[in-house]
Design a protein around this ligand. Sequence first.
Ligand code: AMP
Ligand code: MG
Length: 300
Amino acid sequence: MGTYWQVDLFGLPGWADHLLQAGIERELERLVAQMSHWRADSDLQRFGRAAAGEWVWLPPELMEVLKAAAQVCRDSEGAFDPAVAAAVDAWGFGPSQLELREAPTQAPVTRGVAGIELDLLNGCARQPGGVLLDLSAIGKGYAVDRIAQILRERGAWTFLVEIGGEFFGQGLKPNGHPWWIAVEEPPGSTNGDGLRIGLSGLSLATSGDYRRFAVLDGVRYSHTIDPATGAPVRHGVASVTVVHELCMLADAYSTAIYVMGAEAGLQWAERKGIAVALRDRTESGHETRYSSQFRRLLEA
Ligand code: AMP
Ligand code: MG
């Protein structure tokens, strides 16, 4: 996934850390082998190469992610759509790692993930023809949920899982505190209102443009694509943080809201009851805005 992982836990006596670590690494390796678009031999890329109309057998974890991705794509009216893979690549953020001097003039057409027929009973998906997927906006969150599940199965109860800035925290620490997460301030932030959220049975995911972006002709381009245009999202939002029980959904929703922008994103979150904090760039610096669901978390 091109990032790091970390697990903190209050373990049981007699636990062997190295065995737990090996189990986690094996699971992550398995998920990457299924879902990475950077690996030609992944199940996802095998699906991408399939002929139009072909049914492709896929492992259950990948099917689960595709089902959730299609759901979020429909719910967000296409703002979240992993079928932007070709556009992501054309803008230099994909596996071909193009060195762009100028913005591409022609955006590849993206055909939505929601148009892929899924046969959940038999575990296959039908390739509509040339649909390439990039699961970066949902896969890390899914992997966090999987690791949390593995830890539970092994009897862990108080733990924090992180994969590259996406978190899930469970249980209260021996001092009675949840797992506190302080969300990083985007550069240029002046109001200093650092976000601090206590996770106990909750996930937190953040999307933003201040870690990965390109500058072409002095213009800053985000690595997130607006599927409606096939070009990078252009608006003032610096970061979007979503809190949800499932990290897979926190991850996908934060990307969706980032694509929608501040106004439409907050309205959508309000309608769907999603807890989101959004840092908008303004003339005077940054302004943080919350959905009412997120405000409730801050008051709790
Ligand atoms: P995230 O950091 O979770 O917001 O995911 C952003 C990454 O997801 C990008 O680097 C792309 O690989 C991919 N992506 C870009 N635009 C979209 C989009 N509109 N919907 C889903 N995934 C996207
Ligand atoms: Mg995401």
